[in-house]
Design a protein around this ligand. Structure first.
Ligand SMILES: [Zn+2]
Length: 311
């Protein structure tokens, strides 16, 4: 099996201030962990290209794209919201993060690779069609889903989001495709955590499972077994795109769930099993949150081990 691994130097240049948890070290520790544990030996390393405006505008408005380019600073910082800031490298990092997910879809859909993991930042799943927010600027995962449908002619794509925060942006962008039956979204998130959405799904083909604060991996496993898997088996996705956030880990300070590395391994195993049944094993996974650096690196390591078939 061939699994692509996407990175880009711009992921380490976008930063939002010295104490911001969504920091360049996130991609560095993941890369170090994968390399130190020999996992990169089993992957095909790829440099992320820049996403085109045409591809991005399947998911986002011209107004948002133009506003980001206009706000983008030559020096210092430019604020989007209280938590979300641009520096001179942000736009490059965003365009390469989207480009990684889109190129990953191209490689998977043409059979060049079976799976891909994109170790890129900034994350994307809070970015709505018309709004950047919550550390996110453009929604890489949602753009990847639409690219698979529009450029590769797929009929059914599943978006799986296990970040601890609800993916409001993905819901906003994909609501029409969910209603049309071309996209299924399944997600878990901590109830009432930022951004406070998700309790009521916006479309039929959205399976949102809020998890109660201070619950552990067994609550997630029950949600996946009872809610996600029946929906995925009924939908029979031709491709699974993962918004892979690792901030439900018990060490993560931005949330209060108690998942551990073994939970990410188990969860990835379930998704690989679905992919093996319906999509020739095809999965594109792209990094979202995860802010406890050691836990992030180890959890991604477990996720990647399963993706490359080593576990
Ligand atoms: Zn998150």
């Amino acid at each position: 099996m061939t699994v692509a691994y996407f990175t880009h130097p711009s992921s380490a240049q976008h930063e939002m201030g010295s104490h911001h948890p969504e920091c360049p070290d996130r991609v560095r520790v993941i890369n170090d962990h994968l390399r130190a544990n020999g996992l990169l030996d089993f992957m095909r390393e790829e440099t992320a290209p820049v996403a085109t405006r045409e591809v991005i505008m399947r998911a986002h408005s011209a107004e948002l794209l133009d506003a980001l380019e206009e706000i983008s600073p030559q020096h210092g910082y430019a604020g989007i919201d209280g938590d979300t800031t641009m520096n001179p490298h942000t736009m490059s990092a965003v365009l390469h993060a989207v480009g990684a997910a889109v190129r990953a879809v191209d490689l998977v859909c043409t059979g060049e690779v079976q799976r891909a993991f994109c170790n890129i930042r900034p994350p994307g799943h809070h970015a709505e069609r018309n709004r950047a927010m919550g550390f996110c600027f453009l929604n890489s995962a949602a753009i990847a889903v639409l690219h698979a449908l529009e450029a590769h002619g797929l009929q059914r794509v599943a978006l799986v989001d296990f970040d601890v925060h609800h993916g409001n942006g993905s819901e906003d962008i994909l609501v029409e495709e969910c209603n049309a039956g071309r996209v299924l979204m399944v997600s878990t998130f901590q109830h009432h955590l930022y951004p406070g959405t998700g309790d009521r799904p916006m479309a039929d083909n959205m399976v949102n499972v809020p998890l109660t604060a201070y619950t552990k991996g067994d609550a997630m496993r029950a949600a996946v077994t009872d809610r996600w898997l029946p929906a995925l088996h009924e939908f029979k996705p031709e491709l699974i795109v993962i918004s892979a956030g690792f901030d439900a880990h018990r060490d993560d300070d931005l949330a209060s769930l108690g998942w551990v590395e073994a939970d990410y391994r188990w969860l990835t195993q379930q998704l690989v099993a679905v992919a093996n049944l319906y999509s020739n094993g095809c999965i594109v996974s792209t990094l979202e949150g995860g802010y406890s650096l050691g836990a992030l690196a180890r959890s991604v390591g477990e996720h990647v081990k399963v993706l490359i078939g080593a576990d």
